[in-house]
Ligand binder design. Structure first.
Ligand code: KDG
Ligand code: MG
Length: 404
């Protein structure tokens, strides 16, 4: 079998997605997600100009060799753009291999280790009562794990969820440039423990509660927040501190027993090494789309297992249903599974990416279709042209640029 053609499909059914489609001379094809939110076309150029010409005519069964060729062979290793391109190719190749083997991908990985995949949903609100209502609504839908995000009094936006009141007619929105938000860590730190105190009152103790600090704290601030949240027994505190300095997580660990999750912006096992090896985190949140496909993710998760770190694939709306499908096969197999995020997709996204994976209340399953079970309707995809779009940026009250 040989790789005959590779297409890069850019579509925007509600938001932008970059999808790789690898077609073989025997008619089998596979697809992979290569989306980097806000920098999509950089991955398209990387694939079209530098990756695809090297792969035509190769044996698609040699997944590991192709991975190493694209990773080591480029000399310029790692980074989100390179790794998303490798991820898209790798996921499509695993799709082809599983189809050729006539089995669902999870069987090829070693078979199912569980019958269903626990997922967590997002709940957010501007006020504590709005958050409480949103959490109860998710519980009602059958979720046993819920991430709760709250507005901070005095600020218009609800951080970390990508949209906010007042953004609609802002100058940035009109010019299609990044929206600017305002942030105060001290106000946030005072407010969040009150949110979780109330949430425990309304939701009880059987629902797992999670919180995402979205990289906004320093290590000592994160340590204090973890400590203040201990009475509410969080499932985890996510992305407390940017992990460019992984050693910073030692400070958090020394001060709190609140479990720590990290890794949605990691691209390789090297990014994850220190925090896993030193047992500074409890959950590793890498996904197939940003950390090197099925090959990269499997390697990270196996490494994490040695250190009692459990898995928690990132699953926001910008991780496409294709990567979601691949992640779910890994989730079903991986021995050290923890949880899977799902923030939900718009109807048109589901239509462009028909998938075998399914949701039953707060639990997911990859399905029994051969391959990873996700396809792309290319004709429909053409109806949703790419629109430049950015994540917001964040400033402190004095104008200093901060982490978003
Ligand atoms: O593209 C950025 C989003 O994926 C991110 O902001 C979502 O933090 C996120 C999460 O935990 O889902
Ligand atoms: Mg996050």
């Amino acid at each position: 079998m040989k790789i005959k053609e590779i297409r890069v499909i850019v579509t925007s059914p509600g938001r932008n997605f970059v999808t790789v489609k690898i077609i073989t001379d025997e008619g089998l094809y596979g697809i992979g997600d290569a989306t980097v939110n806000g920098r999509e076309l950089a991955v398209v150029a990387y694939l079209e100009e530098h990756v695809i010409p090297c792969l035509i005519g190769r044996d698609p069964m040699q997944i590991e060799d192709i991975w190493q060729y694209l990773y080591r062979g480029a000399y310029w290793r790692r980074g989100p753009i390179t790794m998303a391109a490798i991820s898209g190719i790798d996921t499509a190749l695993w799709d082809i291999k599983a189809k050729a083997a006539n089995m669902p991908l999870y069987q090829l990985l070693g078979g199912a280790s569980r019958t269903k995949i626990m997922a967590y949903a997002h709940a957010q609100g501007r006020t504590i009562e709005e958050v409480a209502d949103a959490v109860l609504a998710k519980k009602e839908q059958g979720f046993v794990a819920i991430r709760a995000q709250s507005g901070v009094p005095g600020f218009e936006s609800i951080y970390g969820i990508g949209s906010s009141k007042g953004a609609k007619n802002s100058e940035a929105r009109i010019k299609n440039l990044p929206k600017e938000e305002v942030w105060s860590t001290s106000k946030y730190l005072r407010h969040i423990p009150k949110v979780f105190e109330r949430l425990r009152d309304v939701v009880g103790w059987d629902t797992h509660l999670l919180h995402d600090a979205h990289h906004r704290l320093t290590p000592i601030e994160a340590a204090r927040l973890g400590k203040d949240l201990e009475p509410y027994r969080l499932f985890w505190l996510e992305d407390a501190v940017p992990a460019e300095l992984p050693e910073g997580y030692r400070i958090i660990r020394e001060h709190t027993t609140t479990p720590i999750a990290l890794g949605e912006v990691f691209n390789t096992i090297w990014d994850a090494r220190t925090v896993i090896e030193e047992q500074l985190i409890d959950y590793i949140r890498t996904t197939s789309v940003h950390a090197g496909g099925v090959t990269g993710l499997r390697r990270i998760f196996d490494f994490a297992a040695i250190y009692h770190v459990r898995t928690a694939c990132h699953g926001p709306t910008d991780v496409s249903p294709v990567a979601m499908g691949a992640n779910l096969h890994i989730d079903l197999w991986v021995p050290n599974f923890g949880i899977q995020e799902i923030s939900g997709y718009r109807e048109e996204t589901h239509e462009v990416f028909p998938h075998a994976w399914s949701q039953d209340g707060g639990f997911l399953h990859p399905g029994e279709a051969i391959g990873h079970g996700v396809d792309i309707d290319e004709e429909l995809a053409r109806k949703y042209p790419y629109k430049r779009s950015y994540l917001p940026v964040n400033r402190l009250e004095d104008g200093t640029l901060w982490h978003w």
